[in-house]
Design a protein around this ligand. Structure first.
Ligand SMILES: O=P(O)(O)OC[C@@H](O)[C@@H](O)c1c[nH]c2ccccc12
Length: 235
């Protein structure tokens, strides 16, 4: 069995790096095609070799160009714990996710009522998936605490606008203090530079989740290394 998603993040942090979770995302609703002819599973491999502690794979197809096949291909071809990122609202999706080989699943506060979120959270744990609870407001972070979330994401952008808005890491800076006490905090979206990754960590994030900046970099490996060292001026 793979290492737990959260343990892998902790280990990377303890080793002195910023745990950067690459977002394997084929299309961005804001930026368009991110692959530019590349095989996303090959990119996942390259980033795993660059030291990624875990991978996130967007499986939503209509707006983000993902698929379950892609998740399965990545989860089974790397040894890294893999997070499924999608708009999950029903319990059946959890088992499908587990069967693809994922270790963790994104649950978004903004997309459903508390009762449904709570049910998904409990069912995910039952079948051995670590839930990452995503929030974008103070209220949602408080909700994440009520659920008992141990892995919490602050999305710097608004997922209900399909991330077409211009988020910045200042969302994490404003909201980090509301995260549940003992939760691992991941700052997600809109992080483009090592300085921004470092700002998220300074604000209280234990890890950052970055897609677009890595996909758009001239040299993905160098970009990844600079982000995880929190230094250099690689953009
Ligand atoms: O490409 P960015 O700005 O680095 O963002 C990555 C990730 O946070 C974003 O893709 C995301 C965050 N939450 C989501 C939920 C569904 C789909 C995608 C997402």
């Amino acid at each position: 069995m793979n290492t737990k998603f959260s343990d892998s993040i902790r280990a990377k942090k303890q080793a002195g790096f910023i745990p950067v979770i690459p977002d394997i995302k084929c299309t961005s609703p804001k930026e368009g095609d991110l692959l530019r002819g590349r095989d996303p599973a090959e990119v996942a491999k390259l980033l795993a070799e660059a030291g990624a502690p875990a991978l996130s794979v967007v499986t939503e197809s209509k707006n983000f160009g993902g698929s379950l096949e892609l998740l399965e291909r990545i989860a089974t071809s790397t040894k890294l714990p893999t997070l499924r990122k999608d708009f999950i609202t029903c319990v059946d999706d959890l088992k499908i996710t587990k069967d693809c080989g994922a270790e963790a699943i994104l649950l978004i506060c903004a997309t459903q009522p508390f009762s449904s979120l709570m049910k998904l959270y409990e069912e995910a744990l039952k079948i051995g998936l670590e839930p990452l609870v995503e929030a974008h407001t103070k209220e949602e972070l408080i909700l994440a605490g009520k659920i008992g979330a141990k892995l919490v994401g602050i999305n710097n952008r608004n997922i209900l606008e399909l991330e077409r808005d211009d988020g910045t890491v200042s969302a994490t800076e404003l909201l980090a203090k509301y995260k549940p006490d003992d939760a691992i905090l991941i700052s997600e979206s809109s992080i483009q530079t090592p300085a921004q990754a470092q700002a998220a960590v300074r604000a209280g994030a234990d890890a950052v989740l970055i897609g677009t900046a890595i996909w758009q970099a001239e040299n993905m490996r160098e970009c990844y290394l600079a982000l995880s060292r929190g230094m250099g001026d690689y953009v």
